[in-house]
Write a protein that binds this ligand. Structure first.
Ligand code: HEC
Length: 153
């Protein structure tokens, strides 16, 4: 009788563990949203911007000239993600693309000014470039995060 109870307890505990772990699994798989490739692209943009400030501090205009085009011509998300993004952005597509175009243009100007080794010009062009990042973030970052990742971030 006692052994039967012990076995019953073990079985029930096992069952409980299976059920709860199943729930945990179901929850994480429902909540887990793969980060967008866009996020990695943005992180690389951030890193390149850091390299540029480092170049400015060292007056290494060649470095700035080399990195700025990586910002101007940053990679694009894969086709399927682009479709997801553009369908979410919807009627704001042209505004979204315009922001990206402004970043491209400002980074191209930065590369040109760096080629002239004009330190103050580089700093000015860099701050113009930063403004283009901020403009898009202010308009789109929050809604992207809500849409693609839920409210958790
Ligand atoms: C056309 C719009 C747009 C432009 C222009 C833009 N970004 Fe972003 N950026 C976004 C969006 C949308 C997110 C949020 C993406 C996400 O959370 O997955 C983001 C997020 C980021 C992040 C945070 C990534 C993370 O790990 O959460 C960094 C860093 C970043 N951007 C850097 C930059 C820099 C630097 C520039 C300018 C050189 C720039 N971005 C220009 C739209 C833009």
């Amino acid at each position: 009788m006692r052994t039967a109870n012990i076995i019953k307890t073990i079985l029930l505990t096992g069952l409980a563990i299976i059920i709860t772990s199943g729930q945990v699994f179901a929850e994480t798989s429902a909540d887990s949203t793969e980060p967008l490739a866009l996020r990695k692209i943005m992180q690389d943009l951030g890193k390149n911007m850091q390299s540029i400030t480092d170049g400015i501090s060292r007056e290494d205009w060649q470095l700035v000239e080399k990195i700025a085009p990586l910002v101007a011509d940053h990679p694009q998300p894969p086709f399927f993600e682009k479709v997801r993004i553009l369908s979410f952005v919807g009627t704001n597509v042209s505004r979204f693309k315009e922001y990206d175009g402004k970043t491209h243009d400002a980074a191209s100007v930065l590369a040109e000014v760096a080629a002239e080794k004009d330190g103050y010009g580089v700093i000015l062009a860099f701050s113009e470039l930063q403004k283009t990042c901020l403009a898009c973030h202010e308009s789109f970052r929050k809604s992207f995060q809500q849409h693609f990742y839920g409210d958790s971030e």
